[in-house]
Ligand binder design. Structure first.
Ligand code: ZN
Length: 201
């Protein structure tokens, strides 16, 4: 039995599914939205609808894109022979902020985690091998998160590339990143240093 009218309860339920939003915060946000003018509230609703309708994955690197390929892949000035491998599209933004990288990206869509049932075929790993093997690629920088699953993913990729593409340098970000945390929580300077100090794996 809920004290809210069903539409209000529905809004609270949907908001509470957002990361980091508990029931209490969801309730506060819902009441905030109810206080907004129609115009303000619909602007938020329209923004959500628009990203879902217009944003998809880049067919080359699986970054977010508003067309067949993303802006990084479309930018001819970027080196196409260096590929930085990340877990999520948000990691692309973190690395771009460091201004240390002028190559292309490859977004895996997560990290390997057998316990959670995330195997290589659930990620864009085969697509990465295909890109590297059809080259020309000089270096693959593995910038998965410094977490257990991120490290396991990095090792998995490095081992496979050593066999299938021995001429390609495979590097990993230098240590100094907060262990166990996602890349997006590293500050620009730390991440920039880790990037500049990357080494072979
Ligand atoms: Zn792309």
């Amino acid at each position: 039995m809920t004290a809210y009218a069903p539409p209000v309860q529905r809004l609270i339920t949907e908001l509470s599914k957002l990361p980091g939003v508990g029931g209490r915060t969801a309730q506060r946000l819902a009441f905030h939205l109810l206080r907004l003018s129609d115009e303000e509230a619909f602007a938020l609703a329209d923004a959500i609808r628009e990203v879902k309708e217009k944003i998809g994955l880049c067919e080359r690197c699986f970054n977010l894109a508003d067309g067949p390929i993303c802006r990084m892949c479309a930018d001819e000035r970027r080196d196409s022979d260096v590929i930085c491998v990340v877990e999520e599209p948000s990691d692309v933004i973190s690395i771009e902020r460091t201004h240390e990288f002028r190559g292309r990206y490859h977004v895996l869509g997560g990290a390997l985690s057998p316990i959670d049932g995330i195997d290589p075929e659930d990620l864009k790993i085969a697509e990465l091998y295909q890109r590297v093997e059809s080259g020309p690629v000089r270096e693959v920088v593995i910038a998965t998160n410094p977490t257990t699953t991120g490290e396991a993913t990095a090792l998995h990729i490095a081992e496979r590339l050593r066999e299938s593409a021995p001429e390609v340098a495979v590097t990993r970000l230098a240590s100094g990143l907060p262990v166990g945390a996602d890349l997006e929580y590293a500050d620009e300077l730390t991440l920039g240093r880790a990037f500049a100090g990357r080494r072979a794996v």
